[in-house]
Design a protein around this ligand. Structure first.
Ligand SMILES: [Zn+2]
Length: 344
């Protein structure tokens, strides 16, 4: 079942029922705890409707329209599309959560420095969205990586700690590199909301220039952009997929670029484990679409270092790395958890 609406720019937006989550909305609409999560990215907006048991029952995607008006329209359109398609009155929602790539004040719901989505000066997104949707619909806003780490904790089972709060990092490998941190079951935002900005730790002294003004930042070696630069795609396919396929086929240059990339990602994992001793580092972002070959390369890099260091070996870094589950939009799911008040 699919309904099609128009996004703010006239581009098509789609609302789709999850394959195993279609149900009679009128019956389940009475249950508490439904929520909508909206993950706003630089190119697309992905939203989900989460049922009270935490399952994705519908999703909606639309292109990102930069600027405060585009952001507001994306959130309200997605929320209405998902609830209408499921026969769920807005007032049944426990809340709407929004993950935004920028500096977010989760108390006031204000967003700023979200340059990738065209918001520079402070914008009271939660208040604006609540005014459009109706004051009875709580709207909460969170940094996108904070939302993603909540979504990852929800989506990646931990057999050792079922249902428990735990220590987990979400490492996003996309245009940049940064991590969301869940420590002792609570989000670690930091005094200036800059916790997890590990992409700007120096990895190669005197190395490549970074947009932050430093040289040799991890982001210049471990991001998707780094692969784009080192191994440009010849045919429009994602560069990471092209690189890893070439390496698997035995191209020695590709093997060298892949292994250097995996070393850089491994260094990010090492930083997260050595600073926070997280149980798991869940790797997401665009590069994670490579899947198992990425995981294998990163684990191999970590194992090689562990072979030379009993200390690192004792920390079992390779065992702690996981891939974000394919097909689960952890950012949107985490935003939905934020929306229903699971902010910790
Ligand atoms: Zn930097």
């Amino acid at each position: 079942m699919e309904t099609t609406t128009l996004g703010a720019a006239g581009a098509p937006a789609t609302t789709t029922a999850a394959p195993d989550g279609v149900r009679d909305g009128s019956r389940d609409a009475r249950a508490p705890g439904w929520s909508v999560g909206v993950d706003v990215g630089g190119t697309k907006v992905l939203a989900v409707l989460l049922d009270p048991e935490g399952r994705v029952v519908r999703s909606h995607r639309a292109p990102t329209v930069p600027g405060p008006d585009g952001l507001l329209d994306a959130v309200t359109t997605a929320t209405r599309s998902l609830t209408v398609a499921h026969g769920l009155p807005l007032e049944r929602l426990a809340g709407v959560g929004i993950g935004v790539p920028g500096v977010v004040d989760p108390v006031t719901g204000t967003v700023e420095h979200a340059v990738n989505v065209g918001v520079a000066s402070p914008f009271a997104l939660a208040a604006a969205a609540s005014a459009v949707l109706g004051a009875r619909t709580p709207v909460r806003v969170e940094n996108d990586l904070n939302a993603a780490v909540l979504g990852a904790a929800h989506a990646v089972p931990d057999p050792d700690h079922p249902g428990d709060a735990r220590d987990l990092a979400f490492l996003a490998l996309g245009t940049g590199v940064a991590a969301g941190l869940l420590l002792g079951g609570s989000l670690r935002r930091g005094t200036h909301r800059a916790a997890g900005e590990i992409g700007h730790l120096t990895l190669v002294p005197g190395g490549l220039s970074c947009t932050c003004g430093q040289r040799g930042c991890a982001e210049q070696y471990a991001s998707g952009s780094a692969i784009d630069a080192a191994w440009p795609s010849p045919d429009g396919r994602p560069a990471p997929a092209v690189l890893f396929e070439a390496a698997a086929a035995g191209d020695p240059d590709a093997v060298r670029v892949r292994d250097r990339y995996a070393w850089a990602v491994g260094a990010c994992v090492r930083v997260l484990v050595l600073t926070c001793d997280v149980d798991r580092v869940v790797v997401g972002g665009g590069v994670s679409g490579v899947g198992e070959p990425l995981l294998a390369a990163v684990r191999a890099a970590l194992d090689a270092e562990a072979a030379a260091s009993p200390f690192l070996a004792s920390l079992r870094l390779a065992d702690r790395v996981r891939l974000a589950p394919a097909g689960v939009p952890v950012g949107a799911v985490g935003a939905a958890l934020v929306g229903r008040g699971e902010v910790v």
